[in-house]
Design a protein around this ligand. Structure first.
Ligand code: ZN
Ligand code: ZN
Ligand code: ZN
Length: 317
């Protein structure tokens, strides 16, 4: 009798232990996410020196300001976080990320992935140096020319010498595992490659695939079909720098080629509603009317089923 009672007790205990393990596992299992930390072109919004109408509201109302394009990848289970691009707005973007991920030690980053050597995409690395954070061995993932550029030019070479950053060489088309459930793969795109190659990134999580492509010259100069890229992803953050060719009076826009929004709408028009819903434009120049909530142009792209990326928004991987 006593023996049977003990057996029953053991059985209940085992059941309880099993149940609590199940709930503990459930509580721990939060999906990794991509967080949008910036949606503006390299210069941010408003842009230095701009006194025109495009920036007037953003100068007077800090709520309207937007940081340079940047994504974060976070994994709440492993308490890891990575940046895609390291912008001149790094200080504020790291603060925004800290607010959303209070579970990491201050200033901790598991890695930074760089798309290319234009000012909006890597200048933030300076904040890792002696004058600011004084980081220790932050992994910076860069393509071969980008790596060489950082290693052979000041002040970036000092970050390397002082081991504040450790540059990891990326290879186009080669997958880089972030942990056992997130991976990232760089892919080459045509761009004004004065100092480095230019890549976009494909991020794959346990359930979803995200594309980050902030800079490309023109869709037609790329041998890859952007429509297929969108179809094969769950979300695509794409270069939306300029709305159209009339945007920069007095500047030769062929010197700074990007797909105009009007061209992208044309190029993406064969996509079904389901696929259009995946497209989020970012890297918006201060002159781009998509930056303004009430603009007819913004309304127009929303009506066509596309989106403008929102700073601070997140997406489960
Ligand atoms: Zn850029
Ligand atoms: Zn402006
Ligand atoms: Zn660029």
């Amino acid at each position: 009798m006593r023996f049977r009672f003990q057996l029953r007790m053991l059985h209940s205990l085992a059941l309880l232990a099993g149940l609590s393990c199940f709930y503990a596992a459930k509580a721990l299992s939060a999906d990794p996410e991509v967080i949008v930390l910036g949606i503006a072109q390299d210069a941010g919004f408003p842009q230095a020196g701009c006194r025109r109408d495009c920036c007037a509201l953003a100068w007077s109302d800090a709520e309207k300001r937007r940081f340079s394009s940047c994504l974060a990848i976070i994994d709440p289970d492993t308490k890891q976080r990575w940046l895609l691009d390291c912008t001149p707005d790094f200080r504020d973007q790291l603060r925004l990320l800290d607010e959303l991920t209070p579970w990491t030690p201050a200033a901790h980053l598991d890695g930074i992935f760089l798309t290319h050597a234009h000012v909006g995409h890597y200048l933030g690395l300076a904040q890792l140096g002696r004058e600011v954070i004084g980081a220790r061995g932050v992994s910076v993932y860069a393509m071969p020319r980008m790596k060489f550029f950082l290693e052979s030019n000041g002040p970036w070479d000092q970050l390397v010498e002082l081991k504040q950053i450790e540059i990891v060489r990326l290879q186009a088309g080669t997958l880089q595992a972030l942990n056992d459930r997130i991976s990232i793969t760089p892919f080459l795109v045509p761009h004004r490659d004065e100092y480095s190659e230019t890549v976009g990134f494909e991020i794959v999580g346990p359930n979803r695939k995200v594309i980050y492509l902030p800079d490309i010259d023109k869709w037609k100069r790329w041998e890859v079909d952007i429509n297929q890229v969108v179809q094969q992803a769950d979300r695509a953050f794409l270069d939306g720098t300029f709305y159209d060719g009339a945007e920069l009076p007095g500047r030769d826009m062929t010197e700074i080629p990007h797909p105009f929004i009007v061209e992208s709408l044309q190029r993406l028009s064969p996509l079904a509603d389901f696929d259009r819903n995946k497209v989020f434009f970012l890297h918006l120049n201060h002159t781009n009317p998509l930056l303004h909530e009430g603009s007819a142009q913004r309304q127009g792209i929303l009506e066509k089923g596309f989106h403008v990326a929102e700073q601070g928004s997140s997406y489960k991987l």
